[in-house]
Design a binder for this molecule. Structure first.
Ligand SMILES: Cc1cc2nc3c(=O)[nH]c(=O)nc-3n(C[C@H](O)[C@H](O)[C@H](O)COP(=O)(O)OP(=O)(O)OC[C@H]3O[C@@H](n4cnc5c(N)ncnc54)[C@H](O)[C@@H]3O)c2cc1C
Length: 397
């Protein structure tokens, strides 16, 4: 067992950090105000090869594994703690991998190279207003008709709707292809957004991560080419579950990236700020909190890297029980947002009244991390159900 990063991984992290500190950090406050990640930032990420990290070289990516992707997610969120930019990266890296793995050559060639360059956006459209946790009850329909695919339905709380409408791109979309089949009656397809007749998007302002839009996709008789089907007909539920296993370590990594940065800011503040003629760092009540936050961060980080490492083993050809992956991923997805929320809250409190100001910039992190407690990339209770199911056995569920 080796807990250290390789020299190559360390150099990679340094390169990503340098890019993020140059291009993203200086604009972190601005993008939270304007509600948009500057295009130059996305294009710089694309030019640096960050956006295509999990996509195969054939389609413009670098074909790297999930440990590298987790490093990127962590570093992007360090530089922009509202995590809007990290979300942009995470959905593309997680779901771009699934499109690349299961899509046919034609759809991959049409979609992936531009996404990887930072041109168009790629997201996931799974959730419906009737409840995101119960994917097997998806009601958006997918029907084969005259050599085309016809999609109808409404997707809710979807990240990146305005980016896809403005700059092009679309969604890995889950839809019902067999009315009888429950989870065996769902398929995945690629649904373009811009210039796609029958598709309209509307936004809903979120509590945080303001730099990336979120909202609804109304799909009213959208006709898409048959080659936009991803993988086999009626197997979509299983590809989607695999996609969530790929995306969740990345969102967990973003949470530890943001929290790690905030804890550094907090630690240096504790040494400087004097109250009762003593630095805050000198009070044991504060020291204990700092130590507890350190433990929360480090234990979450270990879970995140373990999950990413397991994925790399799996996709590298090592035989691993799916349950081990499910549990590791769900554990990381529970631990990291929970830890990050508590850490950022503590650091805000160490800052006193200043911590509550927008000028301090800490609240952006709290608002962003909260999205992963509320449900983004899977609700916390659903992660607990996954762990309990794979520990106890399916007969209890
Ligand atoms: C900021 C943000 C961005 C998002 N982006 C996307 C996106 O890009 N694409 C996309 O498809 N979706 C997206 N979502 C939606 C997300 O996937 C859903 O929020 C999530 O799947 C939960 O669904 P829901 O919100 O409908 O909650 P529900 O499914 O209604 O669940 C509500 C609550 O009940 C709990 N719960 C549910 N079932 C059980 C149970 N059996 N036992 C105990 N407790 C249970 C949940 O833990 C949750 O706390 C986003 C959400 C947010 C907040």
């Amino acid at each position: 067992m080796d807990f250290s990063f390789t020299d190559e991984q360390k150099l990679f992290r340094k390169r990503v950090r340098d890019i993020c500190e140059q291009t993203l950090s200086p604009r972190a406050a601005e993008l939270d105000e304007t509600g948009e990640i500057p295009r130059e930032v996305i294009e710089d990420f694309g030019a640096a090869g960050l956006l295509g990290v999990t996509v195969s070289k054939e389609f413009g990516g670098s074909g790297e594994g999930f440990v590298k992707a987790v490093i990127i997610a962590e570093e992007i969120a360090r530089s922009e703690i509202s995590m809007a930019a990290a979300v942009y990266f995470v959905v593309e890296a997680g779901w771009g991998f699934i499109l690349d793995r299961y899509g046919g050559i034609k759809v991959r060639a049409e979609v992936l190279p531009d996404v990887v360059k930072g041109g168009s956006f790629l997201g996931i459209a799974s959730t419906e207003a009737s409840g995101g946790s119960d994917i097997a009850s998806t009601s958006t329909t997918l029907v084969k008709k005259d050599g085309k695919l016809m999609v109808n339905g409404t997707k809710a709380y979807i990240s990146g709707v305005q980016e896809a409408a403005r700059y092009g791109g679309g969604y890995v979309t889950i839809a019902r292809s067999d009315p009888e089949g429950a989870r065996n009656g769902l398929s995945l397809c690629y649904l373009p957004v811009r210039d796609q007749p029958g598709v309209t998007v509307t936004s809903q302002r979120q509590m945080g991560r303001e730099g990336i839009s979120n909202g609804f996709i109304r799909i009213d008789g959208a006709e898409i080419p048959e080659h936009y089907l991803i993988g086999e007909w009626n197997r979509g539920f299983f590809y989607a579950m695999e996609g969530f296993n790929c995306a969740r370590p990345l969102v967990a990594a973003a949470c530890i990236g943001a929290a790690g940065k905030v804890l550094e800011v907090g630690t240096s503040y504790l040494k400087k700020r004097k109250v009762f003629k003593t630095p805050l760092a000198g009070f044991q009540g504060i020291q204990f909190q700092l130590a507890e936050d350190y433990v929360k961060l480090e234990s979450s980080r270990l879970l995140v890297y373990k999950a990413a490492w397991l994925l790399d083993q799996l996709y590298g050809g090592v035989e691993i029980d799916r349950k081990e992956i499910n549990k590791a991923v769900a554990a990381a997805k529970i631990a990291a947002p929970t830890a990050a929320f508590e850490i950022i809250k503590d650091v805000m409190m160490w800052h006193g009244a200043y911590g509550y100001t927008r000028a301090a910039g800490l609240e952006r992190g709290l608002r962003g991390v909260a999205s992963y407690l509320m449900g983004a990339e899977g609700a916390q209770n659903i992660m607990k159900i996954i762990i309990a199911r794979d520990v106890l056995g399916k007969e209890f569920f």
